[in-house]
Design a binder for this molecule. Structure first.
Ligand code: CTP
Ligand code: ZN
Length: 157
């Protein structure tokens, strides 16, 4: 038996299978505060058979469709996420997010003395994905590591 956690939406985007506890980080990276006036439904730490640990978060935003750049950013915070595009109450498209091999821009290096943090030199940040699950990134310039749980802290908005 499947139980509805939050009501369905008519048109917009459902970001499902977010790792538990990260829904607010997803909203933050999308730049959504709630002041936009769009209807937003958030469920946190709800049961899920499919997710490791048995829990997930869900974010539903009425009237919003995501850009490719926004989906790339979601992949870094919520690598297990499924993006569902809803039109007239139907799921018209469902896509997983993809973890890239390399991340340029988007994140700032965790090392304050990294060349990419020097405002005079202006070198764009670049990280290699050295592990996908859990996600672990390494700065190409100074070799500093960013762990999955810290990613939202270093995301540039
Ligand atoms: N959904 C919604 N509003 C709609 C249609 C779907 O909020 N009008 C939500 C569902 O509640 C679910 C997600 O969008 O969280 C995906 O819907 P669906 O593909 O029907 O569910 P599942 O088959 O369970 O998806 P999956 O296989 O990805 O778990
Ligand atoms: Zn660095």
């Amino acid at each position: 038996m499947k139980e509805m956690k939050v009501s369905k939406i008519n048109n917009g985007t459902v970001i499902d299978h977010i790792p538990p506890g990260r829904a607010l980080e997803v909203l933050k990276l999308l730049g959504i505060t709630g002041k936009e006036g769009k209807m937003i439904l958030v469920a946190m730490n709800v049961t899920s058979n499919r997710m490791k640990g048995g829990r997930k978060d869900i974010v539903k935003i009425e009237g919003l469709y995501l850009s490719e750049d926004q989906i790339r950013r979601i992949a870094l915070i919520a690598p297990t996420a499924t993006i569902n595009i809803i039109k007239n109450r139907e799921v018209v498209e469902k896509k997983g997010v993809e973890i890239p091999d390399e991340v340029s821009g988007i994140l700032k290096c965790s090392n304050p003395t990294c060349i990419t943090r020097n405002e005079k030199v202006r070198v764009a940040s670049k990280f290699r994905v050295i592990n996908k699950n859990p996600l672990r990134l390494q700065c190409v310039y100074c070799e500093s590591i960013i762990e999955e749980e810290e990613i939202s802290k270093y995301m540039v908005t």
